[in-house]
Design a protein around this ligand. Sequence first.
Ligand code: BG6
Length: 505
Amino acid sequence: MNPRKPPTAPPCTLFLFGASGDLVKRLLMPALYNLSRDGLLDRNLRIVGVDHNASDREGFVEHLYGFMRERDQAGDCAGKCLDEKRWARLAKCLDYQTGDFLDPETYAALAKRIDATRHGNAIFYLATAPRFFPEVAQRLGQAGLLDESAGGFRRVVVEKPFGTDLASAEALNACLLKVMGERQIYRIDHYLGKETVQNILVSRFSNGLFESFWNNHYIDHVQITAAETVGVETRGAFYDSTGALRDMVPNHLFQLLAMVAMEPPAAFAADAVRSEKAKVIGAVRPWSPTMALKNSVRGQYSAGKQGRKRLPGYRQEPNVAADSQTETYVALKVMIDNWRWAGVPFYLRTGKRMSVRDTEIVICFKPAPYAQFRQSALERPKPNFLRIQIQPDEGMAFAIQAKRPGPEVVVENVELGFAYKDYFNMTPATGYETLIYDCLTGDQTLFQRADNIENGWRAVQPFLQAWAKGGEVHEYPAGQDGPKAADDLLAKDKREWQPLGRNRS
Ligand code: BG6
């Protein structure tokens, strides 16, 4: 049976601030192309690039088309393939407005581009450098562009990074909320656009099975990993003042943690889901400075190899300080102080230039209480675990014990697995399709509310503060799995990390 096609999104004028930047061409435009290909965009949608570069509609279309073709020829298109007719249909919706983000004239020009006679709807997508977020929001407010009293919706999408610590995130929220309501703000975390991340909630809450053992009676600990093979690439200047913790933990890794650990929401509605997420992140124990140091490991990659390819160390990357102490790897132990998770550590790790790309969550269960098969080689029962594979392979696997066929009782590990690709026709997507569609249709479930963001920063604040005062940054060779100190972090608790890349196809 064919699944029901979602309804076409309402018409709107979508302004892309930072239109000449990477995000627009690499992710937003391919995502819009995919939505258009799937018939989910209204014929009256207008997409207006806004940036200070002098250009026009033709220049903008050409710039985007060039990139889409390049991607297509490299076999890397985010959709099936670039179809000229479909591209032409989308290109008709495109337009461009040259303008300085700080100049009120720019906003007067944008006001004229909103189709007030047909609908009056507008979305302002801030794909700019973060320093412009408050500036643009303020000017949108001053120009009356966020006023919904005439009936059309006015929404603002705010990209990552949302602040650099708790104080700056609070200040940015306060600034946004001065000129618009929370229901108009769409704070993006692209991890929530990933099918496998959304599936965590579906698996947990639409299968009766999981809830019965999803608690501290049965779960020993949880591991959350986001390992990347890429280095900092062209983003040295940004990354060197950011580091792995700020770049990945309060946002992406905490999203994964929230999906695993939140309570069932009373309804599958934006505020009910976001309230449960805020509660669980709010329950992360704030470590004292001593405990924050004890429960964290920082690493930085040195020169190494990926196969035969030589890789530079982090300090040799462009725009990185030669004596940089910025971490490119972090491993943390956090505890959630609530009834369900009391006593269950969550171990988080993320790093650049690791041996494999692997984003996964592993739920490690307590072992069977009694070694029934003592005569077998396996003296101690091995624990079961559930691996939720986010990327690059997508699926889930349950590791259980089974008897190897033969006259003797030999117990072995086997896996019950589900791979997305075996069941579903997975059209390649950027992850932004769902997020853009949801913003057009006014569904905030997959976007961060102010308290979600602030609770994330509040939970990492003890690590930031402790590191500002001391602690070591451990070296690890590029192309390997992080520093040994990260293994010691778990060894202290008599546990070990699951090997990376186990599910690679
Ligand atoms: C971004 C970070 O938010 O997420 C990058 O700034 C990181 O440093 C990226 O590489 C990871 O996203 P994904 O989807 O490749 O796991």
